[in-house]
Design a protein around this ligand. Structure first.
Ligand code: PLP
Length: 381
């Protein structure tokens, strides 16, 4: 089934061209209303039931585990950010001197600082796989760099700034053959590109929730595989312990955690406002399916990609990049400062990195949305 434009579900003004969801997603009207319901509940706290602290959280975890094809919802933790998720992972890794942590060139900082700290603690090395000329070569370089000293591979399934696609299946097989842990930052793909835990088998998958998952800023998701089952969380929240639903027995301090990844959820993860919003958002995405979203984005951007190439912009080959997010390298002679100003004045939102523009689109966009961007670019050449 081909999806149709869904702008009516959003609150985006008609005179705005928003091609920047990779920075921050807009909210569905339904998500906005769910947030208001949460606010109402907070205004009338006597309407909050004990079950409200737990049952919506379980529903949300089930939805996320469905979206990423995980084996059990108890493998999902609700966390506030990618940095929190990566700190949790790092808190459970012991390295040997000389071990390597493999990362990708110019990886997002929340998927870097924890490894730098970890490597420093154990006298290990960060091995950065630099970007060669093609994504095909990049994938080969990553595979060739995994060997017996690789203790951890920490990367995204695409490059967050230009959508370069990494072959996670092959990387996972190679990592497992050397007993290396595989930790994926799915922030720029999960929700908009199919991702299956059962297929890729990462040890952890950490995703920001406020981009392609349409949650509020301050929500994220973590999948933690069996390696982490008896690990150490970075804080000790009461709701993560067994029988915490029994409010009358909370000071019968409980040494046992709830199963699997439950120990890694952030304190107050039952946030009535956020969880309601997140549930609405994931329900909608599951209905659309990540493949449906990806196919829609491909269809609306096909013509624009051709036109941008004709203007002298460089864009990676179709099969080596995503279509919901991709980078365009601008012609050398362009005045970046003037272009940025012009785009801003025309309400055209994209993101800039050096000589690159990152375009990211979704179901509120149409093929027409690329025209103002292309016209604006053309007028600067
Ligand atoms: C790949 C990637 N990971 C993570 C994040 C966000 O990290 P955090 O939730 O720690 O702020 C971003 C934000 O742009 C991102 O692009």
């Amino acid at each position: 089934m081909t999806l149709k434009n869904q702008k009516h579900l959003f609150d985006i003004q008609d005179d705005v061209t928003y091609l920047n969801i990779a920075s921050q997603s807009p909210t569905f009207k339904a998500t906005y209303n769910a947030g208001l319901e949460g606010l109402k509940q907070k205004s009338q706290p006597y309407t909050i039931k004990t079950s409200d602290y737990f049952e919506p959280v379980i529903e949300l975890k089930k939805l996320f585990s469905n979206l990423v094809n995980a084996e059990h919802y108890n493998r999902i933790a609700l966390i506030p950010s990618v940095s929190y998720g990566m700190a949790t992972v790092a808190n459970n890794i012991v390295l040997n001197e000389g071990d390597e942590v493999l990362v990708i060139d110019e990886q997002f900082p929340s998927n870097m600082y924890s490894w730098q700290k970890l490597a420093k603690t154990y006298n290990a090395t960060i091995k950065v796989i630099e970007a060669p000329d093609t994504v095909k070569q990049w994938n080969e370089d990553i595979l060739n760099a995994i060997h017996e000293k690789t203790a951890l591979v920490a990367m995204g399934n695409i490059h967050w700034s230009n959508g370069s696609l990494f072959n996670l299946k092959a990387i996972s097989v190679k990592a497992k053959s050397h007993n290396s842990l595989l930790v994926i930052d799915g922030s720029q793909t999960v929700g908009a590109l199919p991702f299956s835990i059962k297929d890729i088998q990462p040890d952890a998958l950490i995703c920001a929730g406020y981009k392609w998952l349409f949650g509020p800023y301050g929500c994220a998701y973590g999948y933690f595989g069996p390696y982490f089952d008896n690990g150490n969380p970075i804080e000790e929240n009461w709701t993560n312990r067994l029988d915490s639903e029994d409010f009358s027995g909370l000071t019968n301090y409980q040494p046992e955690y709830k199963p699997m990844a439950n120990r890694y959820s952030v304190g107050e993860s039952g946030n009535f406002i956020y969880v309601k919003m997140q549930i609405e958002a994931l329900k909608q995405l599951i209905q659309w399916t990540p493949k449906g979203v990806q196919d829609y984005c491909k269809q609306i951007s096909l013509e624009a990609v051709k036109e941008l190439k004709a203007l002298g912009c460089k864009i990676e080959e179709d099969n080596y990049r995503t279509h919901h997010l991709f980078g365009i390298k601008l012609p050398e002679n362009i005045d970046l400062h003037a272009l940025k100003k012009d785009l801003f004045n025309k309400n055209i939102f994209v993101s800039f990195r050096g000589n690159y523009i990152r375009i990211s689109c979704h179901l509120y966009n149409t093929a027409e949305d690329f025209k103002p961007l292309i016209n604006c670019l053309a007028s600067h050449l």
